[in-house]
Structures are given as C-alpha cells and as structure tokens.
Write a protein that binds this ligand. Structure first.
Ligand code: XMP
Length: 533
C-alpha cells in the first residue's frame, strides 16, 4: 500500500494533515519530525507492507533558527522523494537548503488572501503544473506564523504571494519539493483538500488503497500473530475506544484468551455498567471482570476540591485497584496488556508522536506502572493507536459492535468527578447522573445527538434561589455543554435552537428536584477546554 509520511514538528494541526490524507483513501502516518528515516520506515523498494510515496513536513510552534526548532533527518533531501513543507516545514526546507528565514514584524494569524503568479514560467518537468492544479488564481488561506522566508534558497522559486506580501507558495525548479506558508489541512483554508490532493495524487502518484475493511484485516492478522496462545488483559473504561478494542480482541482471538476488566467507580454515566456488560457479552466475552469500587473512589475523593488533586486521587486509585485485581486474577507473566489508546490520546499526552507539541492536559489513562512494565517487556497491544475517533467508530461497525455503543459520545477517564465542580459526593453523583441522562435522552429524541461530538451536564458548586409552587427553593446550578469537533482538539459550541434549550431546561428542573437553575456553556475550545476540570 502507498503511504505518505508526515513529519511532526509540533504544530497543533499536524494530525489533521494525516487525517485529510487518509480521508482521501491514502494511508498516512505521522512520526516525530526528527525520526531517523530508516529503510524499514521508507520501504522504498516496496518489499515491506507500506511504500512511502512522499513526505510532508508539518508546522511547528518553534523557529527554524533556534535550538528548539527540530531538524529532520537530512536524508530527506537525497531520496528524490516528493516533499511538501507546510509553514515551519517550508521554512525548514528553505533554511536547510541555505535560504534565509527571519521573524515577521508582526505575527500573521487567521484568514489571509493568496495570489498565484502567472503560470507562464512553470518549470520542474511538469510537476509544478501538477501541483498547481489544486490552486485557484486567488483564494483565502489560513495562516499562523511569526517567521517568513526572506531569501529563497538556490533552486526555490515563488509561485504565490500572500496579500501581506510574503512568499506563500514555493516550488523547487528541479527537485520535487513544494512549500506552503499556509495550512491547507485547516478547514478554513479554501481549496485546502484540493491542494493536498494535488500533492498526494498529482505529484506523489499515490494510489488510494487504504480502506477500513482492509485495515481491520491487517490489524487482526498482526494481533493474532503477536499474541499467539497467550492471554490478553484489556482494561475497559466503558467508552467507545476500549469497547471497540475489546470487540477486536474477541473477534480475533478465542474468547477464552481474552480477559476484560472494568471498574465501576461510581463516577459513570447512568446505566453505563449495564450497557457495557450487555455489549461485551453479546460480542462473546467469557471472562468479564467487573470490579465494583464506588465506595473506594468516593472515600479517596472526600474533601478534595482542586481539579488536579481530584484527578490525581482518581488516577492513583485506578492504579492501586488495577494492580490488586490483576494479581487477584492470577494471569501469567506472559499475559499481554491491551489498551484502547487512540492516536489523539498519544498526541494530547505528548507521547509517541508530537514530541514537540506543547502539552495541554495529561490524561492519566495513557500510562500506569502496569502499562509501563508491560511496555518494557514488549507486551502492550494498542490496536487502535493509529486511528482517529471516527475511524474507531467505523471499525466498530465493521466488526459488529452495537450502534448504541459505537455512536456514544466520548467520556473522560475520571468520569463525573471532573463534571462535579468542587467536592464529589455520592448524592451529587446521583443528581448529575439523572440530569445528564435527561439531557442526552432529549438530544437523541430530538435528533441532535449524532450531530454533536460531545454533550454532557456539569454540576456547579453553587446553589441559587428559585420557587417551587409557593415555596422558596434553594437548588443547585447545572451547566449544559454541547460541542462540535472533529477530534476533540478544538471545539465549537453547538448552536441549539433556543426552543429546544428552553424545553430541555424545563424538563430537567421539573424532573431533578435538586436542580434549580440551568445554564448553557457558550465557550469554544480554545480558550476553554471541553471538560470543566
Ligand atoms: P479537554 O477537556 O482536554 O478534553 O478539552 C478533550 C477530550 O478528552 C476527554 N478527556 C479525557 N479523556 N481521560 C480521558 O480518557 C481524561 O483524563 C480526560 N480528560 C478529558 C474529554 O472528555 C474530551 O473528549
């Protein structure tokens, strides 16, 4: 299968480049920008599974002329492979080839017009023409950069300029090297997909051989080979990812080899344990270990109000219980540990890929002593770690996971604890669970649920005055949150029709007696995160 490699220099939008290319049906892989390009990675003779057709150099928050600016394996300039530099990637290529990159007087951010120069003087054996097929003579691009090319390296030629007067499209006269000062992977960039397609298909000549069906077969084959006759333990959280990972194990290995462990922390959504149990049993689970540990979690959270203190207490207890229960299960050392880690989990945690990306929030479920120990022994399986959320959903459907589970909104590891601001108590969990269930049920009934990436209720640590009948009531304040997103890295507020919001609010306050007031969170990410804590 043809493959496009994306060298990640740390831009927040790097993973979108990989996404867009896969959406075109071409397999792409994002790897840290300074990865040595071994024969195994490149597979240029086509003897391995994936043959590299081109390399994309991503953007970065750093500057090429500083020490922080990561440098690619200089071999990329000797391979004769098509290269596409995006933002920092273009600056990197120009700088590495002897050109000059300097700070702009003022950082450029947002939508900026680009004009392509007359095409009379096109060189580069027709490749430049192939690339420029993707462009219209003038269009609105999306930029985010503090540096610019102030002198082009020998062989580079400017083909497009920004309305602010800086080089925006650069192509080498002889080598198949292309550069964009803007971000075609961002949806706000006009013709962004066409530009990337022109590179992938027109310049690299890649063929679209990546389908989810095919990927499922590959993953299953490599899973079966790696695991052999050994047992596998999977920690199930109840979310889409770990459930799909569980389904993949159950559909690939004899069910007797598959041990699924699930903790009911008491911080789950309404009926979560019931739903997960039913789904996994339907998929043929034979060894499903459900650990009821609500009391332990509530005790650990007692008196804690700070978000990070709560997250840490939960993370620590997860680990303690995990280790205790694994010992209790008595599985042999040869046992593999599987996880439903997604590609974006690795990125947001700053692990594996995106080494240079600035860390936003550490998700405790990516690492634990058990995970680290198994990783050291080479006994970790993360069958979804190359997939994005919606790809996991597609995979889940292919292998027969219930639609109700597959379409479920994401849910954070620490559960309701990060949606109850301040101290977490059993009573508050009950109130939030009921209100959240009403909200979600209404979204499904009104046909909004599948348009929304994630929706939930948040219980605020304040009470406000109201009336119930003729009686003064002092009830909790609830915030509703509903966002649209493609991967949770950025998010926009879901624009509800007012009528629906009003009706849902009334339904909640009429049904959950402890809630006196409902608000709607109208913050996008950034600057807010999706969860409140
Ligand atoms: P934030 O709040 O960082 O969330 O914008 C982005 C996405 O990640 C989920 N989230 C978590 N998921 N463990 C998880 O498995 C966690 O600790 C965690 N914290 C946030 C959040 O629900 C959203 O989908």
């Amino acid at each position: 299968m043809d493959k496009i490699i994306v060298l990640d220099f740390g831009s927040q939008t790097t993973q979108l480049i990989g996404r867009r290319i896969r959406d075109m049906g071409v397999y792409s892989e994002v790897i840290p920008g300074d990865t040595p390009l071994t024969d195994e990675i490149l597979n240029l003779d086509g003897s391995g599974p994936d043959k590299v057709r081109g390399i994309i150099l991503s953007g970065s928050p750093e500057s090429v002329y500083t020490e922080e600016g990561a440098v690619p394996d200089q071999k990329i300039y000797t391979l004769g492979l098509p290269l596409l530099g995006i933002c920092y990637g273009l600056q990197r290529m120009n700088y590495d080839q002897g050109g000059l990159v300097e700070p702009l007087p003022k950082r450029e951010y947002g939508r900026i017009g680009v004009k392509i120069h007359s095409r009379n003087s096109i060189t580069n054996d027709g490749l430049a023409a192939q690339f420029l097929v993707g462009f219209s003579p003038s269009f609105t691009a999306w930029m985010s950069h503090g540096d610019t090319l102030t002198r082009l390296a020998d062989g580079f030629r400017e083909y497009g300029i920004s309305d602010t007067g800086y080089p925006a499209v650069v192509i080498h006269d002889i080598m198949p090297w292309f550069g964009l000062q803007f971000h075609p992977e961002v949806t706000h960039c006009e013709r962004g997909i066409e530009i990337l397609s022109a590179f992938v298909f027109g310049v690299c000549g890649a063929s679209a051989g990546w389908t989810m069906e095919q990927y499922v077969e590959e993953v299953r084959a490599s899973l079966a080979m790696r695991v052999g006759n050994n047992p596998v333990l999977l920690l199930i959280s109840g979310g889409v990812d770990s459930t799909v990972a569980g389904a993949l194990l159950l559909k690939t290995l004899p069910p007797d080899q598959v041990h699924l462990m699930y903790m009911d922390t008491g911080l789950m959504r309404k009926d979560e344990t019931k739903t997960v149990k039913a789904a996994l049993e339907k998929l043929g689970a034979k060894h499903l270990h459900i650990i009821y540990c609500e009391e332990e979690f509530l005790t650990a959270l007692k008196g804690l109000e700070e978000p990070e203190a709560k997250r840490k207490a939960i993370g620590d207890l997860f680990i303690t219980i995990q280790e205790r229960e694994v010992v209790r299960l008595g599985l042999p050392d040869s046992c593999f540990l599987a996880q439903g880690t997604l590609y974006t989990d690795l990125i947001e945690s700053g692990k594996g890929v995106g080494k240079k990306a600035h860390l936003i929030k550490s998700h405790h479920n990516v690492g634990s002593p058990l995970v680290d120990a198994k990783r050291k022994l080479g006994r970790i399986i993360e069958p979804l770690d190359k997939l994005y959320k919606d790809e996991v959903r597609r995979l889940g459907r292919i292998i027969g996971v219930d639609e109700e589970v597959v379409r479920r909104h994401p849910f954070p590891g620490p559960g309701l604890a990060v949606r109850i601001l301040g101290e977490v108590t059993k009573e508050k969990c009950g109130i939030l669970r009921d209100a959240d269930a009403i909200f979600i049920e209404e979204l499904k009934r009104r046909g909004f649920y599948d348009e929304i990436w994630q929706a939930f209720a948040v219980l605020l640590p304040i009470r406000s005055v109201g009336v119930a009948g003729d009686v003064r009531k002092y009830g909790w304040v609830l915030a509703l949150r509903a966002i649209v997103s493609s991967d949770g890295m950025t998010a926009d507020v879901y624009p509800f029709p007012t009528k629906d919001l009003l009706e849902i609010s009334t339904l909640i306050t009429n049904t959950v007696k402890d809630i006196g007031r409902v608000t709607y969170d109208i913050s996008s990410k950034p600057p807010a995160t999706i969860e409140w804590e």
